[in-house]
Structures are given as structure tokens and as C-alpha cells.
Design a protein around this ligand. Structure first.
Ligand code: OOG
Ligand code: MG
Length: 283
């Protein structure tokens, strides 16, 4: 695998889809961030990003992970503005990313985790684009939950362009699904509220409307986008419809709760504060 440094522009084309996939998975495994590839390889566009994303998924599956669903990225204005990328995208969830209630944020595997509230769907039917509307998408949903995603970009300071972040599986890290379940017909997904509470203090607020006007729009976008690559959303899959608000640092020692209006509390414990001081000192 060939890698180059930004100070060596004559060699920037030496990046390949294969070597970017290798580097991204190495950064993840070694808890190492890096500068975005698009500074060195401007041709890394959305399509190239998806091919790299597919290659990293192939390697995750090869090492034994299983696909459990998909996640949307940047489906809210809050996220788009913070990240400076204005179009939503889709990425993969595997069983290695699943957290159970009471689990801590896996700080020893992550670089600079941040937490964001998400409306989560579990599919009752397979859904395949193109041309799927939000209404059709919602009809294929079996269950609705509140969730909290722990994102962890492999890019320094979460600075990336669309191609970079798509290649990086949309900053995937881990996620926790809450324990309150609703049928899609029993919840007003536009009006559903969420407060992000960090150590008892409300630091953010959003509603389902912040996710493309309705979280089912995000699901429709996912299936229609996947269809361009010959893929579908399968029955039983989990769909994270995208951060409703900005994401907030999972600082060690803190407790972050995504407090939904009707979908309950989804709480993440961010680890031991003592280790934090040691980690910071060593960083
Ligand atoms: C990109 C991942 C976005 C979401 O819900 O918007 C994402 C990022 O913010 O690093 O998971
Ligand atoms: Mg997210």
C-alpha cells in the first residue's frame, strides 16, 4: 500500500481506493486521526467515496462482522452546518458497533467520540428503490426507537469533505438503541422532541422535523441512494436516520442522555474520569 504526505503533491495520485480503505481501517484500529484525503486527492468524490466505503465494508465482513443495518449522515441542518457538508449520505452498521443499555462508550477503541440523538427504525419489510416515497418507506418500518449514536471520524478535528466522510463510513463508531418501542402509527415523528443532557444540563434540543422534515424522508433517501448501487434495505435491519442535533463530545467521566419526548431516555456513560487525565496527558 502506498501512502503519501501532503507535502509531496507530485505523488498525490498515488492514493488509490484500496490504499485509502487500508489507511482508514488502520486509523480506526490504531486510534489515530489523519488529515482528509481530498486535500491530497481532490478527485475523491462522492462516487469514489462510496466505492471505498464498500471496500471497507467488505473487509469488515471478511473479518467476521455482520451487517445489521444502515445509518444516514447529515440529514439535519444542525449537522450539515457543523460539518460544512450539505448533502446527506448513507453508510453501514455492523454488529461490532452495537452497544447494550448500561454499556460504556468504548473509549479504548475510539479517537474523539461524540454523541448525537437519532430516531431509529427497525424494518419489518425489505425496501428497495428507486422512487420510494417517505410514505412508502414508513409503511415498511416495524418499530421506532430513540437512539444515541457515538460518531468517531478518522479525520482530525472532524474536518472532511463529502468524499472523505463517505469513504470513512460516515464516522461510524457505536450506537445504542433505547428500550421504548413504538409502532410507526403510534408516534408523531415530526413532533417527537429530544433533549441532549450532559451531566444533568440540557445542552441541545431538536425534533423529528429537523431530520429532513420527517425521519421517513431520510429512510427514503437511503433506499433510493442504495438502489443506485444495486442495494436495498433488508427486513430486520436497523436504520439510524441521522443526528437530529449537533453531536456532543463524549468526555470521559460524563454521562450523556438523549431524552426523547415519548421514546424515553437513552443514556451513555462515557467512562472513567481518572483515565481521562492520563489519556489527555499522553495525547
Ligand atoms: C458524519 C457522520 C454523520 C449523522 O447522523 O449525521 C452522522 C459526522 O458528523 O462526522 O452520523
Ligand atoms: Mg449519526
Amino acid at each position: 500500500m502506498t501512502t503519501v504526505t501532503p507535502s509531496d503533491p507530485a505523488q498525490h495520485t498515488l492514493w488509490t481506493e484500496d490504499s485509502v480503505a487500508t489507511e482508514l481501517l488502520a486509523c480506526e484500529a490504531e486510534r489515530r486521526d489523519r488529515t482528509r484525503f481530498t486535500d491530497e486527492w481532490p478527485e475523491l468524490d462522492v462516487e469514489t467515496g462510496y466505492r471505498i466505503q464498500a471496500e471497507t465494508l467488505r473487509r469488515r465482513l471478511e473479518r467476521g462482522e455482520k451487517v445489521v443495518g444502515v445509518k444516514l449522515g447529515l440529514t439535519s441542518k444542525a449537522k450539515q452546518e457543523r460539518m460544512g457538508v450539505d448533502s446527506p449520505f448513507v453508510a453501514w452498521l455492523t454488529d461490532a458497533m452495537v452497544l447494550q443499555p448500561g454499556d460504556e462508550v468504548p473509549q479504548d477503541k475510539l479517537i474523539h467520540p461524540r454523541i448525537e440523538p437519532e430516531i431509529v427504525f427497525v424494518m419489518k419489510e425489505r425496501l428497495e428503490g428507486p422512487g420510494v416515497t417517505a410514505e412508502q418507506a414508513l409503511a415498511a418500518v416495524g418499530e421506532v426507537y430513540g437512539g444515541a449514536e457515538v460518531i468517531d471520524s478518522r479525520y482530525r478535528d472532524f474536518k472532511f469533505r463529502a468524499g472523505d466522510v463517505i469513504a470513512d463510513n460516515a464516522s461510524s463508531g457505536a450506537y445504542l438503541v433505547g428500550d421504548v418501542v413504538k409502532a410507526p402509527g403510534d408516534i408523531d415523528l415530526v413532533a417527537e422532541t429530544v433533549e441532549v443532557v450532559v451531566d444533568g444540563e440540557v445542552v441541545d434540543f431538536a425534533t423529528g422535523a429537523d431530520v429532513m422534515g420527517h425521519p421517513a424522508e431520510a429512510l427514503a433517501l437511503a433506499v433510493n441512494d442504495l438502489a443506485t448501487r444495486g442495494l436495498a434495505v433488508e427486513a430486520g435491519w436497523v436504520v439510524l436516520t441521522g443526528g437530529m442535533s449537533d453531536a456532543h463530545f463524549a468526555t470521559r467521566g460524563s454521562v450523556v442522555t438523549c431524552r426523547f419526548g415519548t421514546l424515553g431516555d437513552v443514556t451513555l456513560y462515557c467512562g472513567d474520569p481518572v483515565e481521562d487525565a492520563a489519556a489527555d496527558a499522553g495525547a
